[in-house]
Design a binder for this molecule. Structure first.
Ligand code: NAD
Length: 367
């Protein structure tokens, strides 16, 4: 933990985030309880696209935590990050000496931002090193790994959170309110999709089953599964899925486009899809007496929403800053995050069931 004087810029940003917290109501009001000059130290593990493009910049806007350390296998990145973010040499680790982080009081939280196949190992090592953990989505390769991660964090008495930034995003919170509180009566139908057209490196880890666990479903579909779950505030009980491949050479090992239907106890019609070959980001909800939608629904460059055809007029925020600040508050208050390991596990149970359904061509139970 580090004591830091607030600059005028920090003050303005904190005031903005404070205003967002008010907008968000009790959900984020815990932010206001924390002392503004006591920040928890976060170490990012894996300095790829998401860490460098989103998390490190967002950590310049957080008020309960700050970028205290990094873990990287690339010495050149260690050097450039140290210079850019004023990270002291003693807070820089590589994958060999990672476990020494246990002895570093500057680091309170380890944020795992690695290929999916490495999430379990680094989450467990972080917890054993006595650190609280945020692990990026998808939580792990499958539900069994998620259970191991949850058990290891419980055993080490450390909190575990998944990088589900949208649970702190105001349009998304509004959709949760409209759906779960049945503002327009019961939700009858949800259709949602998330995807992008992959034109990247054909040898990237995202296209390797052993490292990614799967393709568009693991990476993008997880948001659409979440979208249905948080709109209803209920858990699906069964799923039936189909898939399509238009570029089989590129997607040799992983899924390209997947379509699914989820069965909920309430009988709502819920369809979803994911893709590495279509630019989708939408969530459309019909209820007994109205409808609402988000489009884009799942990105971090600004969401848009409509309720009964009229714009929501809700401001966008820096989602990752709100997400990390909330976890720092949870750590300070010793309170489970609303995006806990169990939340990540639930999505992976659905993903596992979708893959089983793709194999069997049948409806399968989500267990
Ligand atoms: P990336 O490929 O850009 O970065 C991965 C990092 O892991 C790189 O720095 C790489 O050097 C490092 N690494 C360490 N060992 C490696 C190995 N054996 N093979 C490959 N890379 C290795 O990926 P990314 O886009 O930053 O994604 C990282 C994680 O963040 C993934 O779980 C991804 O799903 C997640 N993510 C989340 C969001 C979000 O909005 N929450 C957005 C993007 C990515």
């Amino acid at each position: 933990m580090k004591t830091k004087r607030l600059s005028r810029r920090d003050f303005i940003l904190n005031s903005t985030i404070g205003a967002s917290a008010l907008l968000l109501g009790p959900a984020l009001s815990a932010l206001a309880l924390t002392k503004p000059d006591k920040r928890l130290g976060i170490a990012l593990v894996g300095l790829g696209g998401y860490s460098s493009g989103q998390l490190a910049p967002a950590l310049q806007h957080t008020k309960n935590c700050y970028l205290a350390g990094i873990v990287t296998g690339t010495p050149a990145k260690a050097k450039s990050w140290a210079a850019k973010y004023s990270i002291p040499q003693k807070n820089i680790y590589n994958y060999q000496n990672f476990d020494n982080i246990a002895r570093n009081p500057d680091i309170d939280i380890i944020y795992v931002v690695l290929p999916v196949s490495m999430h379990k190992e680094y989450t467990i090592r972080a917890a054993r090193a006595g650190k609280h953990v945020i692990c990026e989505k998808p939580m792990a390769l499958n539900a069994a790994e998620c259970r191991e991660m949850i058990a290891a964090c419980k055993k080490a008495n450390r909190l575990l959170s998944i990088g589900y930034r949208l649970h702190f995003e105001p349009h998304t919170l509004e959709v949760m309110r409209l759906g779960q509180k049945q503002v327009f009566g019961k939700v009858t139908k949800i259709d949602t999709g998330n995807g992008f057209t992959y034109n990247g490196d054909p040898n990237a880890w995202r296209l390797k089953k052993a490292m990614a666990g799967g393709g568009g479903l693991m990476d993008m579909g997880i948001y659409a599964i979440q979208g249905a779950r948080y709109t209803l505030g209920q858990e699906p009980i069964a799923v039936k899925a189909t898939q399509q491949k238009t570029r089989p050479q590129l997607f040799k090992e992983v899924d390209e486009t997947v379509f699914w239907e989820l069965k909920f106890a309430g009988g709502q019609k819920v369809t979803g899809k994911s893709s590495y070959n279509n630019d989708w980001s939408y969530l459309q909800v019909e209820a007994e007496k109205g409808n609402f939608e988000l489009q884009p629904a799942y990105g971090y460059n600004g969401l848009n929403g409509k309720v009964n055809g009229k714009p929501m007029h809700i401001p966008n925020i820096i989602q990752q800053a709100a997400q990390m600040d909330d976890f720092a508050t949870c750590v300070q208050l010793k309170k489970q995050s609303r995006v806990s390991g169990e939340e990540g596990l639930m999505d992976m149970k659905v993903v596992d069931a979708i893959y089983r359904s793709l194999d069997s061509g049948q409806w399968v139970n989500i267990v």
